[in-house]
Design a protein around this ligand. Sequence first.
Ligand SMILES: [Fe+2]
Length: 206
Amino acid sequence: MTTLAFNHEEITARALKPTLLELDGISRESVEAHYKLYEGYVAKRNEILSKLAEVDVSAANQVYSEIRALKVELSFAVGGIKNHEIYYGHLGGGGGDPEGPIATLIRRDFGSIDTWRTDLKASGMAGRGWAWTAYDWDEQRLFNYVGDTQNTYPIWNATPLVALDVYEHAYFLDYRTDRGSYIDVFFDNLDWTVVNGWIQAYGISP
Ligand SMILES: [Fe+2]
């Protein structure tokens, strides 16, 4: 028997920051329910890796459809983890116009803060699950990307710096179907210090 028992360790969900329970316009109930989904992605990631470790690749050919299903599901779970860790990581601040290096990058690559905000909001209205502002290392500039689910459509060699969750679960409790009002409130709660910390940690130079 040959298995896919590659080395891996279980991971744990990050703790919920107290400031996330006091967001402006996004209720504690909504954040708590949403956070449980994030914890679910962490559990799912660990579960799928355990399952992959038990797959016997010396078995019949149908094992490959099982591997495909597990690895696709894994990308969904890991996407769900990464997306939400960015989302929760940079919420809990006072919003307002970006400051520091992120503001310099946005003005350089979009022309103005308003143009960037309008484009990201439109991307959020258009996508089914996510909109991101990410730094593309090949073009050395920011773009706003759209995502339908946790694992679509990341771009290789791009690093997300803003992650806007537009799944209904992010706003339905507070705004019902009014996604636009939720997106406005999302901007009001961003912590630009956190985003600038990422820019520094990743070595992105404006
Ligand atoms: Fe979400």
